[in-house]
Design a protein around this ligand. Structure first.
Ligand SMILES: [Zn+2]
Length: 95
């Protein structure tokens, strides 16, 4: 299993995990395919279609990232949001 690559927003310091644009596109397409075929109850729970626009810093909306360093002290196992960062992302295997 590959380790998740943690990256740091250069604007605000928030930690996220890096995915490639290709990976994000597959995730968005997969979610939207389910959403479009779902019943009203499911849509009420999950709301709206996914978008690549959401793959930015959750804290400030920034889209520039640097690799995590030990000084950042990001705890293992914390929940991190996925962001598109082709330069720093590992190629995650499709599940
Ligand atoms: Zn940020």
């Amino acid at each position: 299993m590959r380790a998740v690559r943690t990256v740091i927003c250069t604007a605000c310091g928030w930690a996220s995990w890096a995915v490639t644009r290709e990976y994000a596109e597959r995730a968005v397409e997969g979610f939207n395919a389910v959403n479009d075929g779902a019943n009203d109850e499911w849509r009420e729970a999950y709301g709206r279609r996914a978008s690549l626009d959401s793959y930015v810093c959750m804290q400030c909306g920034g889209a520039a990232f640097r690799p995590e360093t030990p000084e950042d002290r990001i705890a293992d196992g914390v929940t991190l949001k996925a962001v598109i960062c082709d330069d720093l992302a590992d190629n995650l295997e499709e599940r």
